[in-house]
Design a protein around this ligand. Sequence first.
Ligand code: F6P
Length: 323
Amino acid sequence: MKRIGVLTSGGDSPGMNAAVRAVVRAGVANGLEVFGVERGYQGMIEGAIRPLDARSVSGIVNRGGTILKTARSKAFLEPEGRVKAAEQLAAHGIEGLVVVGGDGSYRGAAALYQEHGIRCVGLPGTIDNDIGGTQYTIGFDTALNIATEALDRIHDTADSHDRIFFVEVMGRHSGFIAIMSAIAGGAEEVLTPEEPSDIPGLIARMHDCRTRGKTSMIVVVAEGDDAGGAVDIAKRVEKESDFKDVRVTIIGHLQRGGSPTAFDRILASRMGVRAVEALLAGESGVMVGIENQQMVVRPLSDSWEKKSLFDPDLLRVVRVLGV
Ligand code: F6P
Protein backbone atom coordinates (compact mmCIF):
# COMPACT_ATOMS: atom_id res chain seq x y z
CA MET A 1 0.00 0.00 0.00
CA LYS A 2 1.46 3.32 -1.10
CA ARG A 3 -1.43 5.78 -1.04
CA ILE A 4 -4.24 6.24 1.44
CA GLY A 5 -7.12 8.70 1.69
CA VAL A 6 -8.80 10.34 4.66
CA LEU A 7 -12.26 11.89 4.82
CA THR A 8 -14.71 13.28 7.34
CA SER A 9 -18.37 12.45 6.90
CA GLY A 10 -21.76 13.10 8.54
CA GLY A 11 -22.20 15.76 11.24
CA ASP A 12 -18.89 17.44 12.13
CA SER A 13 -17.45 17.02 15.61
CA PRO A 14 -14.67 18.85 17.47
CA GLY A 15 -11.50 16.79 17.14
CA MET A 16 -12.03 15.72 13.54
CA ASN A 17 -9.12 17.96 12.51
CA ALA A 18 -6.88 16.35 15.11
CA ALA A 19 -7.83 12.97 13.60
CA VAL A 20 -7.06 14.14 10.04
CA ARG A 21 -3.70 15.51 11.20
CA ALA A 22 -2.87 12.24 12.95
CA VAL A 23 -3.75 10.13 9.89
CA VAL A 24 -1.67 12.36 7.61
CA ARG A 25 1.35 12.44 9.88
CA ALA A 26 1.21 8.75 10.78
CA GLY A 27 0.90 8.00 7.05
CA VAL A 28 3.90 10.17 6.19
CA ALA A 29 5.91 8.68 9.06
CA ASN A 30 5.26 5.26 7.56
CA GLY A 31 6.29 6.26 4.03
CA LEU A 32 2.75 6.61 2.63
CA GLU A 33 1.30 9.33 0.45
CA VAL A 34 -1.89 10.70 1.96
CA PHE A 35 -4.81 12.30 0.14
CA GLY A 36 -7.66 14.30 1.65
CA VAL A 37 -11.14 13.71 0.26
CA GLU A 38 -13.30 16.83 0.60
CA ARG A 39 -16.98 16.89 1.62
CA GLY A 40 -17.09 13.19 2.55
CA TYR A 41 -18.44 10.66 0.07
CA GLN A 42 -19.98 13.42 -2.04
CA GLY A 43 -16.53 14.87 -2.73
CA MET A 44 -15.24 11.37 -3.44
CA ILE A 45 -17.84 10.90 -6.17
CA GLU A 46 -16.94 14.31 -7.62
CA GLY A 47 -13.19 13.68 -7.44
CA ALA A 48 -12.52 16.43 -4.87
CA ILE A 49 -9.31 14.74 -3.73
CA ARG A 50 -6.04 16.52 -2.94
CA PRO A 51 -2.64 15.52 -1.57
CA LEU A 52 -1.90 16.35 2.06
CA ASP A 53 1.63 16.45 3.41
CA ALA A 54 2.82 16.74 6.98
CA ARG A 55 3.02 20.57 6.83
CA SER A 56 -0.44 20.96 5.28
CA VAL A 57 -2.01 19.84 8.58
CA SER A 58 -0.01 22.23 10.78
CA GLY A 59 -1.93 24.28 13.31
CA ILE A 60 -5.20 22.33 13.16
CA VAL A 61 -4.98 20.10 16.24
CA ASN A 62 -6.79 22.82 18.21
CA ARG A 63 -9.34 23.79 15.54
CA GLY A 64 -13.01 22.78 15.60
CA GLY A 65 -14.93 21.77 12.47
CA THR A 66 -13.09 19.91 9.72
CA ILE A 67 -10.65 21.34 7.17
CA LEU A 68 -11.84 18.63 4.77
CA LYS A 69 -15.45 19.77 5.17
CA THR A 70 -18.20 17.20 5.54
CA ALA A 71 -21.48 16.22 3.95
CA ARG A 72 -24.24 13.63 3.99
CA SER A 73 -24.27 12.21 0.43
CA LYS A 74 -27.52 10.83 -1.02
CA ALA A 75 -25.76 9.74 -4.24
CA PHE A 76 -23.37 7.49 -2.29
CA LEU A 77 -26.32 5.52 -0.89
CA GLU A 78 -26.91 4.16 -4.42
CA PRO A 79 -24.61 1.47 -5.94
CA GLU A 80 -23.98 3.72 -8.99
CA GLY A 81 -22.69 6.47 -6.69
CA ARG A 82 -20.29 4.04 -5.07
CA VAL A 83 -19.03 2.89 -8.48
CA LYS A 84 -18.15 6.51 -9.32
CA ALA A 85 -16.49 6.96 -5.92
CA ALA A 86 -14.39 3.79 -6.38
CA GLU A 87 -13.36 4.96 -9.86
CA GLN A 88 -12.13 8.27 -8.44
CA LEU A 89 -10.10 6.48 -5.76
CA ALA A 90 -8.59 4.19 -8.41
CA ALA A 91 -7.75 7.20 -10.61
CA HIS A 92 -5.76 8.66 -7.69
CA GLY A 93 -4.14 5.30 -6.86
CA ILE A 94 -5.73 5.27 -3.39
CA GLU A 95 -5.86 1.76 -1.95
CA GLY A 96 -6.88 2.40 1.64
CA LEU A 97 -9.23 4.83 3.35
CA VAL A 98 -9.70 6.24 6.83
CA VAL A 99 -13.28 7.41 7.38
CA VAL A 100 -13.98 9.72 10.33
CA GLY A 101 -17.70 9.84 11.09
CA GLY A 102 -20.70 8.13 12.63
CA ASP A 103 -22.27 4.74 11.95
CA GLY A 104 -23.92 5.97 8.71
CA SER A 105 -20.45 6.81 7.40
CA TYR A 106 -19.25 3.37 8.48
CA ARG A 107 -22.01 1.66 6.51
CA GLY A 108 -20.73 3.53 3.46
CA ALA A 109 -17.18 2.34 4.18
CA ALA A 110 -18.38 -1.25 4.60
CA ALA A 111 -20.18 -1.09 1.24
CA LEU A 112 -17.08 0.33 -0.45
CA TYR A 113 -15.02 -2.56 0.88
CA GLN A 114 -17.56 -5.27 0.05
CA GLU A 115 -18.38 -4.01 -3.46
CA HIS A 116 -15.02 -2.59 -4.55
CA GLY A 117 -12.41 -4.13 -2.25
CA ILE A 118 -11.21 -0.74 -0.94
CA ARG A 119 -9.66 -1.22 2.46
CA CYS A 120 -11.37 0.99 5.01
CA VAL A 121 -10.83 1.82 8.67
CA GLY A 122 -13.39 3.89 10.60
CA LEU A 123 -12.74 6.42 13.35
CA PRO A 124 -15.75 7.36 15.52
CA GLY A 125 -16.38 11.08 14.99
CA THR A 126 -19.66 12.31 16.45
CA ILE A 127 -20.68 14.35 19.48
CA ASP A 128 -23.43 11.82 20.27
CA ASN A 129 -21.16 9.10 21.76
CA ASP A 130 -23.61 6.48 20.48
CA ILE A 131 -21.31 4.31 18.37
CA GLY A 132 -20.81 0.69 19.40
CA GLY A 133 -17.24 -0.63 19.60
CA THR A 134 -15.88 2.33 21.55
CA GLN A 135 -16.47 3.88 24.96
CA TYR A 136 -15.87 7.40 23.64
CA THR A 137 -16.32 9.12 20.30
CA ILE A 138 -14.27 12.06 19.03
CA GLY A 139 -16.14 15.28 19.91
CA PHE A 140 -18.33 14.02 22.72
CA ASP A 141 -16.17 15.39 25.52
CA THR A 142 -16.04 18.85 23.92
CA ALA A 143 -19.82 18.94 23.35
CA LEU A 144 -20.40 17.77 26.91
CA ASN A 145 -18.19 20.53 28.29
CA ILE A 146 -20.01 23.16 26.21
CA ALA A 147 -23.39 21.89 27.43
CA THR A 148 -22.11 21.89 31.02
CA GLU A 149 -20.85 25.45 30.73
CA ALA A 150 -24.23 26.49 29.32
CA LEU A 151 -25.96 24.87 32.30
CA ASP A 152 -23.67 26.72 34.70
CA ARG A 153 -24.69 30.01 33.09
CA ILE A 154 -28.39 29.11 33.09
CA HIS A 155 -28.05 28.13 36.73
CA ASP A 156 -27.03 31.67 37.69
CA THR A 157 -29.98 33.36 36.05
CA ALA A 158 -32.46 30.63 37.05
CA ASP A 159 -31.39 31.05 40.66
CA SER A 160 -31.60 34.86 40.56
CA HIS A 161 -35.19 34.78 39.28
CA ASP A 162 -36.40 31.59 41.01
CA ARG A 163 -37.25 30.14 37.61
CA ILE A 164 -37.66 26.76 35.99
CA PHE A 165 -35.53 26.20 32.88
CA PHE A 166 -35.85 23.48 30.27
CA VAL A 167 -32.50 23.23 28.49
CA GLU A 168 -32.38 21.26 25.24
CA VAL A 169 -29.11 19.60 24.31
CA MET A 170 -28.25 17.69 21.13
CA GLY A 171 -28.91 14.01 20.65
CA ARG A 172 -31.62 12.93 18.23
CA HIS A 173 -31.24 9.28 19.18
CA SER A 174 -28.89 9.47 22.11
CA GLY A 175 -29.08 10.83 25.64
CA PHE A 176 -25.34 10.75 26.42
CA ILE A 177 -24.84 14.52 26.34
CA ALA A 178 -28.09 15.03 28.25
CA ILE A 179 -27.39 12.64 31.11
CA MET A 180 -23.73 13.54 31.55
CA SER A 181 -24.32 17.31 31.38
CA ALA A 182 -27.21 16.95 33.82
CA ILE A 183 -24.82 15.41 36.35
CA ALA A 184 -21.94 17.81 35.64
CA GLY A 185 -24.21 20.87 35.57
CA GLY A 186 -26.23 19.93 38.65
CA ALA A 187 -29.63 19.69 36.92
CA GLU A 188 -32.63 18.44 38.87
CA GLU A 189 -34.08 16.30 36.08
CA VAL A 190 -33.17 14.87 32.69
CA LEU A 191 -35.22 13.45 29.83
CA THR A 192 -33.56 11.20 27.25
CA PRO A 193 -34.64 9.24 24.15
CA GLU A 194 -33.57 5.98 25.84
CA GLU A 195 -36.17 6.22 28.63
CA PRO A 196 -39.93 6.71 27.99
CA SER A 197 -40.74 10.13 29.44
CA ASP A 198 -43.53 10.43 31.99
CA ILE A 199 -44.53 14.09 32.19
CA PRO A 200 -46.97 13.74 35.15
CA GLY A 201 -44.16 11.91 36.97
CA LEU A 202 -41.74 14.72 36.11
CA ILE A 203 -44.19 17.32 37.46
CA ALA A 204 -44.65 15.32 40.66
CA ARG A 205 -40.87 15.16 41.18
CA MET A 206 -40.57 18.89 40.49
CA HIS A 207 -43.22 19.53 43.16
CA ASP A 208 -41.23 17.37 45.57
CA CYS A 209 -38.13 19.44 44.82
CA ARG A 210 -40.05 22.62 45.59
CA THR A 211 -41.34 21.14 48.86
CA ARG A 212 -37.72 20.47 49.80
CA GLY A 213 -36.95 24.16 49.37
CA LYS A 214 -35.77 24.45 45.76
CA THR A 215 -36.80 27.74 44.24
CA SER A 216 -35.23 27.21 40.82
CA MET A 217 -34.77 24.07 38.76
CA ILE A 218 -33.14 22.91 35.56
CA VAL A 219 -34.53 20.08 33.45
CA VAL A 220 -32.17 18.90 30.70
CA VAL A 221 -33.98 17.55 27.63
CA ALA A 222 -32.28 15.61 24.82
CA GLU A 223 -33.60 16.91 21.50
CA GLY A 224 -34.84 13.42 20.52
CA ASP A 225 -36.88 12.81 23.66
CA ASP A 226 -40.08 10.86 22.99
CA ALA A 227 -42.22 13.53 24.72
CA GLY A 228 -40.92 16.18 22.30
CA GLY A 229 -38.27 18.87 22.48
CA ALA A 230 -37.80 21.31 25.35
CA VAL A 231 -40.36 23.76 23.92
CA ASP A 232 -43.15 21.15 23.80
CA ILE A 233 -42.33 19.76 27.21
CA ALA A 234 -42.13 23.21 28.83
CA LYS A 235 -45.55 24.10 27.39
CA ARG A 236 -47.03 20.88 28.73
CA VAL A 237 -45.56 21.39 32.19
CA GLU A 238 -46.88 24.98 32.28
CA LYS A 239 -50.33 23.77 31.25
CA GLU A 240 -50.52 20.77 33.58
CA SER A 241 -48.95 22.27 36.71
CA ASP A 242 -48.72 25.45 38.73
CA PHE A 243 -45.14 26.08 37.51
CA LYS A 244 -45.67 29.23 35.46
CA ASP A 245 -42.42 31.21 35.22
CA VAL A 246 -40.83 28.72 32.85
CA ARG A 247 -38.08 29.41 30.27
CA VAL A 248 -36.52 27.35 27.48
CA THR A 249 -32.94 27.41 26.15
CA ILE A 250 -31.88 25.37 23.13
CA ILE A 251 -28.09 25.09 22.97
CA GLY A 252 -28.13 23.54 19.48
CA HIS A 253 -25.12 23.66 17.18
CA LEU A 254 -23.03 25.62 19.66
CA GLN A 255 -22.26 22.13 20.94
CA ARG A 256 -20.62 21.16 17.66
CA GLY A 257 -18.20 24.08 17.24
CA GLY A 258 -15.13 25.48 18.93
CA SER A 259 -11.78 24.21 20.02
CA PRO A 260 -11.72 20.53 21.05
CA THR A 261 -10.86 19.62 24.63
CA ALA A 262 -7.52 18.01 25.42
CA PHE A 263 -9.36 14.70 25.85
CA ASP A 264 -10.79 14.84 22.31
CA ARG A 265 -7.47 15.94 20.79
CA ILE A 266 -5.63 13.06 22.46
CA LEU A 267 -8.35 10.54 21.57
CA ALA A 268 -8.37 11.65 17.92
CA SER A 269 -4.57 11.63 17.72
CA ARG A 270 -4.25 8.13 19.17
CA MET A 271 -7.05 6.82 16.97
CA GLY A 272 -5.56 8.36 13.82
CA VAL A 273 -2.20 6.70 14.42
CA ARG A 274 -3.85 3.36 15.17
CA ALA A 275 -5.99 3.58 12.01
CA VAL A 276 -2.93 3.92 9.78
CA GLU A 277 -1.23 1.03 11.57
CA ALA A 278 -4.35 -1.08 11.03
CA LEU A 279 -4.36 -0.32 7.30
CA LEU A 280 -0.66 -1.15 7.04
CA ALA A 281 -1.27 -4.42 8.86
CA GLY A 282 -3.78 -5.32 6.13
CA GLU A 283 -6.89 -4.83 8.22
CA SER A 284 -10.11 -3.63 6.66
CA GLY A 285 -13.81 -3.34 7.43
CA VAL A 286 -12.79 -2.35 10.95
CA MET A 287 -13.05 0.63 13.27
CA VAL A 288 -10.76 1.93 15.97
CA GLY A 289 -12.27 2.42 19.42
CA ILE A 290 -11.14 3.04 22.98
CA GLU A 291 -11.82 0.60 25.77
CA ASN A 292 -10.34 0.90 29.25
CA GLN A 293 -7.80 3.48 28.02
CA GLN A 294 -6.56 1.17 25.25
CA MET A 295 -6.99 1.49 21.49
CA VAL A 296 -8.99 -1.46 20.15
CA VAL A 297 -9.84 -2.55 16.60
CA ARG A 298 -13.35 -3.92 16.08
CA PRO A 299 -15.49 -4.88 13.06
CA LEU A 300 -17.27 -1.87 11.52
CA SER A 301 -20.58 -3.68 12.08
CA ASP A 302 -20.06 -3.38 15.87
CA SER A 303 -20.80 0.32 15.44
CA TRP A 304 -24.43 -0.27 14.50
CA GLU A 305 -25.04 -3.74 15.97
CA LYS A 306 -23.74 -2.95 19.47
CA LYS A 307 -25.13 0.54 19.90
CA SER A 308 -23.48 2.28 22.80
CA LEU A 309 -25.89 3.15 25.62
CA PHE A 310 -25.32 5.05 28.85
CA ASP A 311 -25.57 3.20 32.14
CA PRO A 312 -29.24 3.60 33.26
CA ASP A 313 -27.98 3.95 36.84
CA LEU A 314 -26.87 7.48 35.90
CA LEU A 315 -30.55 8.53 35.96
CA ARG A 316 -30.66 7.54 39.61
CA VAL A 317 -27.52 9.62 40.24
CA VAL A 318 -29.23 12.70 38.76
CA ARG A 319 -32.27 12.25 41.00
CA VAL A 320 -30.33 11.43 44.16
CA LEU A 321 -28.22 14.56 43.70
CA GLY A 322 -31.29 16.65 42.93
CA VAL A 323 -32.60 15.99 46.46
O1 F6P B 1 -25.21 13.39 15.12
C1 F6P B 1 -24.73 14.60 15.58
C2 F6P B 1 -25.86 15.60 15.71
O2 F6P B 1 -25.33 16.83 16.18
C3 F6P B 1 -27.04 15.17 16.56
O3 F6P B 1 -26.82 15.32 17.95
C4 F6P B 1 -28.11 16.06 16.04
O4 F6P B 1 -29.36 15.49 16.27
C5 F6P B 1 -27.80 16.14 14.57
O5 F6P B 1 -26.42 15.85 14.43
C6 F6P B 1 -28.11 17.46 13.93
O6 F6P B 1 -27.85 17.36 12.57
P1 F6P B 1 -27.77 18.63 11.60
O7 F6P B 1 -26.50 19.35 11.87
O8 F6P B 1 -27.81 18.04 10.24
O9 F6P B 1 -28.96 19.48 11.92
